[in-house]
Write a protein of this length. Structure first.
Length: 610
């Protein structure tokens, strides 16, 4: 659900304004109304750039610590009080300087390794030897050419010596008297300025310097990471403070400071008591249609896990429903139908459960969400009789229960039925939103379409499924169809001419019928993705059995196990992608369209000290 917000105005004498803001920040519940763009403010822009600078270095240092923990048990850093702002800025500058030096060294190492690679085809030789030959009156020239172009006559005419042949390229040198003219149709090789020995020595020295600099950065990460984190928070707090000052209007010759903000309804009493005790003036004001009200979502323990899915697309605006609890059960079901294997579902329950003990608090909700998907996948896998792509209904002891399992053909029909009811549910949400926002009479047409579609489906589809209705029920359904059609065609826009309503009703009829058919057919992907994953898993099972059929039974289990592990790991990875992407599409496209989701809400960000 969307938390109810209250709009407040604050009027404070200018000399008390800093103390008021400190009091406001201590309560940590007021979302300041944004009336002016903060990005254009020079102080805030500077602080934002500084925050990016600190964040970039912190992320780098955290990656170093993470890599250290993965490679070996990290030595715990000694407890240390965070440094002052000035000292932290010096540490930041030191990190940047070290990283700059490290970057230059690594760039130089790449260049040296490239030079070393170009020299490797010529073997290990020293430039001093070439210099001695030059002083003795001989010139050594390096050439390359395709093997097909090499002329053995050069060996007699120009004293050529082949040094190496790689990938149909010949590398050779000539040793001739200084000043002699060479008539060789080959490319002269470009050699580095330093020889193999010197470059190797420089690479070792560069690697040693890089290791020393990385050790310095790692020590800073261990000992001063908290200080840099405090510096980042200090910058963010300062930016938030300046943003509040920017949103403040001054009146009465800059003597009176005016500010507006939003407070969640459940925190209003607390805020009023705090400000009243401090003697500050505030007034609860009316919310207008033009107000961009911040959004704070409040859901139960289960549906809260799906809030990132909502935010990935857009937060709802304040005047519509929170879609999170409305699509969460469907999302779980869709994921389970796409993955559609009890064994895979069991893994999605157990693996996150194991890693929950080792992961940070930020990662735990994601792991819990995966477990929810695992529960849905396990349930669908059980009712379809699939366990690691093995059809358990074909097992001798279970085959007698086969009629109680859902076959793949039935699953396709079920996918379309679920899609139909999901689309109708979206239209019901849209109608309810219209009723709340505009009034009952404006939502009658939307409700009429729902009754019309459901009644028509009962009359037309149920007999096809061998469900026969009594005459009385049929007559009632036909009555609902006629009444709903009249409302949908003649009362779709209350207050307008009946002929205009009829014309717009006919257009709405075409759009509704075409839209429902196309939307419902989209849900067949639930069956298709599940079927594809099951077939691919079955292929890996067959490969594991058939490839090892001729092996000794005591040896056979190892290659069979390897094929199964690799095959099913690949299948899970591929199926997981489809099982996330396609339910997202069904929610964001089919459901959001039919529920007339508007979105565009801004996240609730209270003014508080980090």
């Amino acid at each position: 659900m969307i938390v109810k917000m209250n709009k407040y105005a604050f009027a404070v004498y200018h000399k008390e304004y800093d103390a008021f803001l400190e009091c406001l920040r201590s309560t940590g519940v007021v979302h300041v109304k944004q009336t002016k763009p903060a990005a254009d403010h020079p102080v805030i822009a500077k602080l934002t750039a500084e925050n990016k600078r600190v964040t970039a270095q912190l992320e780098y240092l955290n990656e170093l610590l993470k890599a250290e923990k993965e490679n070996k048990a990290a030595a715990p850093a000694a407890a240390k009080e965070p440094l002052s702002v000035g000292e932290s800025e010096k540490i930041l500058a030191q990190v940047e300087d070290i990283r700059d030096k490290l970057g230059k060294i690594k760039t130089s190492l790449l260049s040296q390794e490239k030079d070393l690679d170009s020299l490797s085809v010529w073997g290990d030789f020293e430039y001093d030897t070439l210099e001695k030959l030059r002083e003795a009156g001989y010139a050594v020239t390096f050439f390359t050419c395709p093997e097909s172009h090499y002329d053995e006559a050069w060996e007699n005419d120009c004293n050529a010596y082949i040094i190496n042949k790689t990938q149909a390229v010949v590398y050779f040198i000539t040793v001739t008297p200084s000043g002699a003219t060479l008539s060789i149709d080959a490319d002269r090789a470009k050699l580095p300025l330093k020889d193999f020995k010197h470059i190797t020595a420089e690479i070792k020295a560069g690697e040693k310097q890089a290791a020393e600099l990385e050790d310095k950065l790692l020590n800073i990460a261990r000992n001063d990471g908290d200080s840099l984190n405090s510096l980042r928070k200090n910058i963010e707090n300062e930016a938030a403070w300046n943003n509040v000052l920017l949103q403040t209007d001054s009146q009465a010759g800059d003597k009176l400071m005016l500010l507006e903000g939003w407070i969640p309804d459940d925190r209003t009493a607390e805020m009023e008591q705090t400000l009243a005790a401090a003697g500050y003036y505030f007034l609860k004001t009316e919310i207008t249609d033009e107000d961009n009200i911040p959004i704070k979502l409040k859901n139960n323990r289960l549906t809260r896990l799906f809030e990132p899915v909502t935010k990935l697309y857009s937060l709802p605006n304040y005047r519509e429903f929170d879609p999170t609890p409305l699509f969460a059960p469907f999302f779980m079901l869709f994921f389970g139908m796409c993955l559609c294997d009890g064994g895979y579902g069991l893994l999605l329950i157990l693996i996150p459960w194991y890693f929950k003990r080792k992961m940070s608090d930020d990662m735990k909700p994601i792991l819990s969400l995966l477990q929810c998907f695992g529960v849905a996948t396990l349930a669908v896998g059980i009712v379809t009789g699939s366990f690691f792509s093995v059809s358990i209904v074909d097992i001798e002891y279970i085959s007698s229960l086969k009629k109680y399992f859902i076959s793949s053909d039935n699953l396709m029909t079920i996918s379309l039925v679920i899609g139909f009811f999901h689309v109708i549910f979206g239209k019901l949400v849209a109608a309810s939103k219209i009723r709340i926002q505009q009034g009952l009479k404006y939502s009658l047409s939307a409700y009429a379409w729902i009754f019309l579609i459901l009644a028509f489906a009962c009359v037309m589809v149920l007999p096809m499924a061998d469900v026969h209705l009594s005459k009385i029920v049929e007559q009632v359904l036909y009555g609902i169809i006629i009444l709903s059609a009249l409302v949908a065609l003649l009362y779709n826009t209350p207050g307008k001419n009946v002929f205009l309503n009829f014309g717009s009703g006919l257009w709405a009829t075409y759009n509704t019928v075409a839209g429902i058919v196309g939307d419902v057919l989209s849900y067949i992907r639930l069956y298709a993705i599940g079927l594809t994953g099951g077939l691919l898993g079955g292929v890996f099972n067959s490969i594991a059995i058939d490839m090892t059929a001729s092996m000794n039974p005591f040896v056979r289990w190892l290659p069979m196990l390897l094929v199964l592990l690799v095959g099913h790991a690949l299948n899970i990875a591929l199926s997981m992608i489809g099982s996330l992407v396609h339910p997202l599409r069904l929610i964001y496209v089919e459901y959001y369209k039919n529920s007339e989701f508007e979105g565009g809400g801004n996240d609730y960000k209270p003014f508080k000290k980090l």
